[in-house]
Design a protein around this ligand. Structure first.
Ligand code: 13P
Length: 248
């Protein structure tokens, strides 16, 4: 049995001064979420306050990106060691918004994931096709490529994957449970090819893209959907907690 994992990707929302209150609300509202791993991923500036708010609780702390080098002349970047030092345990890597706006490639996803693993962070590696790619019948090809290149030459057993179809992110257009399950099963078959069936069966694959309290239970009820990576609905404690509780 895979432990479900529900993570809130706050994206570029919530100042440091707002982080603790949201986390307090999430802590209280998810106190009974036995068996679901709960993670919040504030912007870098909120991590220190968020770490204090998460301390001693069941809520774990993630960042939204990490550089692959341990230190050096990389203006504006943050290393895995710096994240560990703050109490961060998880990190989102290769989100489609980073691929779309900030030049993220499968190669840089691979480097970041290796750096996260070397520091003992749990990478949440995002994959997913655009609407154009889906309409062109290329979903399989795109997702398999992102998995094979992004996770090349590393310990796949230690990675969490998030399948986020780009056309479902922030659009209100959720993948149907059947569409999501089809992609998740494809990802698991690809992992099995790369690392063997036992490893593939142990890897958690989250769904992301307009996941809400209303659709979370059915999505997480699919055999290969092991949680969610939540954007908009992670910005209020009530909606995020309702999604977490749908995974219990
Ligand atoms: P929404 O839940 O706002 O669609 O965002 C999903 C996402 O990108 C999470 O990383």
């Amino acid at each position: 049995m895979r432990t479900k994992i529900v993570a809130g990707n706050w994206k570029m929302n919530k100042a440091a001064s707002e982080a603790a209150a949201l986390i307090e609300g999430i802590k209280n509202a998810t106190a009974d979420a036995a068996g679901v791993e709960v993670v919040v991923c504030p912007p870098f500036t909120g991590l220190k306050d968020a770490a204090a708010a998460c301390a001693g609780s069941h809520v774990k702390l993630g960042a939204q990106n990490v550089h692959w080098e341990p230190s050096g002349a990389y203006t504006g970047e943050i290393s895995a060691g710096m994240l560990k030092d703050l109490g961060v345990t998880h990190v989102i890597i290769g989100h489609s918004e980073r691929r779309q706006y900030f030049g993220e490639t499968d190669e840089t996803v691979n480097k970041r994931t290796k750096a996260a693993l070397a520091a003992g962070l749990v990478p949440l590696v995002c994959v997913g096709e655009t609407l154009g790619e889906r309409d062109a019948g290329q979903m399989d090809e795109v997702v398999v490529r992102q998995i094979k290149l992004g996770l090349a030459d590393l310990d796949i057993a230690k990675v969490v994957i998030a399948y986020e179809p780009v056309w479902a992110i922030g659009t209100g257009r959720t993948a149907s449970p059947a569409q999501a399950q089809e992609a998740h099963a494809l990802i698991r078959r690809t992992l099995a090819e790369m690392a063997g069936g036992d490893v593939a069966n142990g890897v958690r694959i989250q769904y992301g893209g307009s996941m809400k309290p209303e659709n979370a239970k059915e999505l997480m009820g699919q055999p290969d959907i092991d949680g969610g990576l939540i954007g908009g609905a992670a910005l209020t404690a009530d909606s995020f907690a309702a999604i977490v509780m749908a995974g219990v």
